[in-house]
Design a binder for this molecule. Structure first.
Ligand SMILES: Nc1ncnc2c1ncn2[C@@H]1O[C@H](COP(=O)(O)OP(=O)(O)O)[C@@H](O)[C@H]1O
Ligand SMILES: O=C(O)C1=C[C@@H](OP(=O)(O)O)[C@@H](O)[C@H](O)C1
Ligand SMILES: [Mg+2]
Length: 185
């Protein structure tokens, strides 16, 4: 479902995956390496509400957050040459999946549960969806959410890779794809 109207080289790249897999950190790094602008959808939503995500959830509720998430993604994914990291819950919405898959190259950052659970201390304060859940409930959510991440164009498993290694792998694989599908004359 790659967009046939836009050159592959011009298409924006979207990172998806469960909370904390590294979409924001790796997205930023890939943007630097490709000299592109980076857009973090959570950050854009926070700027618009002028409050952190946890406060948006508390004050306005998840539904309002999800509506804003959809409109932000709709507008950014139509722009070219961006590197876009979406929140881990964005692909719950079929409309968002369709928008991203038809306008952009969607990269799934995959991390196994055993690696992910070592990161929980880094995440719990800023991820409202994790708060008030037990580790067992988070594990269940982790596995249930895998289904929505099966909608992607490309995937990288980041177990045992640091941020630079993942970013280099992504940049290299994009360059290979661009050269194969759109060889420079
Ligand atoms: N490949 C990696 N190896 C180790 N730590 C990582 C890696 N990628 C991200 N992190 C760390 O995990 C935490 C969550 O990363 P973040 O980019 O915010 O994830 P996401 O945007 O997917 O929720 C951060 O503290 C970040 O430094
Ligand atoms: O998975 C989710 O439902 C969410 C993930 C978060 O983004 P990250 O995946 O960047 O943590 C953020 O959008 C919000 O807290 C909800
Ligand atoms: Mg993020």
């Amino acid at each position: 479902m790659i967009n046939k109207n836009t050159s592959l080289r011009m298409q924006s790249i979207v990172f998806i995956g469960f909370m904390g897999v590294g979409k924001t950190t790796i997205g930023q790094k890939v943007a630097q390496k490709l000299y592109r602008d980076f857009v973090d959808i959570d950050r854009e939503i926070e700027k618009e509400f002028n409050m952190p995500t946890t406060e948006i959830f508390k004050t306005f509720g998840e539904k309002v957050f999800r509506e804003k998430e959809k409109s932000m993604i709709d507008s950014f994914s139509k722009q070219q040459l961006k590197i876009i990291s979406v929140g881990g819950g964005a692909f719950l919405q079929e409309d968002i999946r369709n928008i991203c898959l038809s306008n952009c190259i969607v990269f799934y950052l995959d991390l196994s549960w055993d690696y992910w659970k070592e990161r929980i201390g880094l995440l719990i304060d800023s991820r409202p969806v994790l708060q008030s859940r037990t580790l067992e409930e988070i594990e269940e959510l982790f596995y249930t959410r895998q289904e929505i991440y099966s909608y992607h164009h490309s995937k990288v498993n980041t177990n045992d890779l640091d941020v630079d290694e993942v970013a280099d792998f992504i940049v290299d694989s994009l360059k290979v794809a661009w050269d194969i599908y759109e060889p420079l004359k």
